[in-house]
Structure formats: structure tokens, C-alpha cells
Design a protein around this ligand. Structure first.
Ligand SMILES: [Zn+2]
Length: 237
């Protein structure tokens, strides 16, 4: 072997050692609103758009510190991104999970996770596929299970629901737009009820936002530990 061939060999070996078979997992964090549907809920000076944005930034920081590669669907708080495009950003990133952050308004209390359990058709596209539904169910269940004890005493934990239980989902075959176009596991959290005094005071506080982000991150890490890697899930299709 001449020295050139030996050099090539050394370079290839170095590349093989420095490129692990599995790269860092990618998670898509989707701060809800504004979208084509709505600017988001509000109660007094508190807006769903702002709370989702600040919690998303905190979640991104925690996940990044744990070796997760985070892709955001928005680059600034007031950026309008359609729900279809939000899903497409997660798909393009090959995300292991898409975490969608929202807040509710109404008669309830606490946080609620939603996931798609079947496909629907919108703009000629049908989805999500069955394997994405199955992993979305596991994602929502794992997030709720992990977060419940971490937020106990601050926010009530509601049972996991399907997209069909949402206003928008109910109107289009029981599936949210962001789910129809998702080709990666997706789950949506309504973090609290903005119009309820206790819920609002907690999530409006810096401490509450930090605890919510920490609980979300713990849920994501638990899900990543439970599920096949995204590249396996996104295999032959
Ligand atoms: Zn919302």
C-alpha cells in the first residue's frame, strides 16, 4: 500500500469512528398560533400565542442540553405558519416526535393531550398513516404519564383525548390539519385553561413556565427511550 492509499484508509477510518450509526434524535417543537385558522385564545393580557412561544423556547433549551436536536416551526412569536406547513417542517426534519403547544379556554382545568387515531383527507392528502397514529398514541400517553406527577398540585391532568375531541378536528373527519399532513408522531397539548384563574396564574409565572417546560422535556425523553429511532420509524414507505 502506498502512502496515498494509507492516507485515504486513515481518513475513512476516522470518518467511520466520528459518524455514529445513530445521529442525535430530532424533535420538532411547534408553538401554536398564529395559523390560518386562528391567532390563538386570550384572557385579559394573557395570550395563548405568547405562552406557547415562551414555553417552546424553554423546552428547546432543555432538550438541546440533553443532546436532542430541536427543530422549531416558527422563528419568532408573531410568525404566521399554516398548520399544514408546521407538519411539513416536522416531516422534513425526520422528527422522532412533533410536540404542539397550545392553551385552551373554557370550563375545564389543567392540561390535556390530543393525538390522531385515524386518517382523514384534506386538500387531496390523506393521513396520518396507521403507524404514525400508533406512535402518536404512545407519544401522547407517555407525555401525560410523565408530566402528571411533575405538575401535580399545580395543574390538573386530564385523560388523553383524540383529535376528534377538538373543535377543528371534529369538523374535518376527526383529525386536526397538522395531523393529516404529519408523517411523524404528533401530539398536541392544551397546557392549561387560560380563562381559569388558577391555571392562568401558574402558567403566567416564570416558575410555572419553567416547570411546564421541564415536565414536557421529561416526557419527550421518556418517549425517546421507549420508541424506535426516527430513522427506523421513517424507514421504507
Ligand atoms: Zn390553540
Amino acid at each position: 500500500m502506498n502512502s496515498f492509499k494509507m492516507l485515504i484508509g486513515v481518513v475513512l477510518l476516522a470518518l467511520a469512528i466520528s459518524s455514529p450509526l445513530h445521529a442525535a434524535p430530532v424533535v420538532c417543537v411547534d408553538p401554536g398560533h398564529p395559523s390560518e385558522i386562528s391567532a390563538g385564545a386570550s384572557a385579559g393580557r394573557l395570550t395563548e400565542r405568547h405562552l406557547a412561544w415562551v414555553v417552546a423556547l424553554k423546552l428547546k433549551a432543555i432538550l438541546s442540553s440533553r443532546g436532542v436536536s430541536v427543530v422549531m416551526t416558527k422563528t419568532r412569536e408573531r410568525e404566521l405558519v399554516t398548520n399544514r406547513h408546521r407538519a411539513e417542517i416536522a416531516n422534513a426534519a425526520g422528527a422522532a416526535a412533533m410536540i404542539r403547544l397550545h392553551c385552551d379556554a373554557g370550563a375545564g382545568r389543567g392540561f390535556t393531550w390530543y393525538y390522531p387515531d385515524h386518517a382523514a383527507t384534506k386538500d387531496g392528502v390523506t393521513g396520518p398513516p396507521p403507524d404514525v397514529c400508533e406512535h402518536s398514541r404512545l407519544l401522547a400517553a407517555t407525555m401525560r404519564e410523565t408530566m402528571t406527577p411533575l405538575l401535580a398540585g399545580h395543574l390538573a391532568s386530564n385523560p388523553v383525548k383524540t383529535d376528534a375531541a377538538t373543535h377543528v378536528g371534529a369538523g374535518q373527519g376527526g383529525v386536526l390539519t397538522g395531523s393529516i399532513f404529519a408523517r411523524v408522531p404528533t401530539a398536541l397539548i392544551e397546557m392549561c385553561f387560560l380563562n381559569q384563574r388558577g391555571d392562568a396564574a401558574y402558567l403566567a409565572s416564570e416558575a410555572g413556565q419553567n416547570e411546564m417546560a421541564s415536565a414536557l422535556a421529561a416526557g419527550v425523553m421518556a418517549y425517546l427511550a421507549r420508541t424506535p429511532r426516527s430513522e427506523d420509524l421513517n424507514g421504507p414507505r
